[in-house]
Write a protein that binds this ligand. Structure first.
Ligand code: TYD
Length: 134
């Protein structure tokens, strides 16, 4: 599976690091929503859903976590542990987030407002949708 990692430029100097992200530049869509996960129990998994329309960029701005992706045919695992890179998760990608480190903060930049009707939470339904799109 083609994993789309986006490398960000860090404007680091003796004071520290700074990463700036702009829509339609570093982030390949208009950013309508930003959310972040923190205080995540290291023994739990999050996600377990896909989106019909939403695109996201996931950035672990502190600590680390792992992302399991499935496009309906192939699986991939990505470690996010670098605030200078983001994982582009396109629509119709099943995603699971797990192995959150202590103090992990997972920042998500999203192309759409929150819309529960855009979620596909049932794995069988997801697979049926992917097959129907073929
Ligand atoms: P949930 O979708 O379960 O998170 P995960 O990405 O781990 O599957 O979201 C947790 C709760 O937060 C749920 O009650 C819905 C709410 N929520 C919003 O209100 N706005 C949002 O943008 C998101 C992503 C979640």
């Amino acid at each position: 599976m083609d994993i789309k990692m986006i490398q960000f430029q860090s404007h680091g100097d003796e004071r520290g690091e700074l990463v700036a992200l702009e829509q339609n530049r570093e982030i390949p869509f208009e950013i309508r929503r930003v959310y972040y996960m923190y205080g995540t129990n290291p023994s739990i998994e999050r996600g377990h859903h896909a989106h019909k329309n939403l695109k996201q960029v996931l950035i672990c701005v502190n600590g680390s976590c792992k992302i399991r992706l499935f496009d309906g045919y192939e699986k991939a695992e990505v470690v996010l542990d670098n605030p200078k890179e983001g994982l582009l998760v396109e629509s119709f990608m099943w995603r699971e987030m797990y192995d959150f480190s202590d103090q992990a903060v997972l920042l998500v930049l999203a192309s759409e407002y929150y819309d529960e009707s855009d979620y596909v939470r049932d794995f069988q339904e997801y697979q049926d949708m992917i097959r129907a799109m073929k």
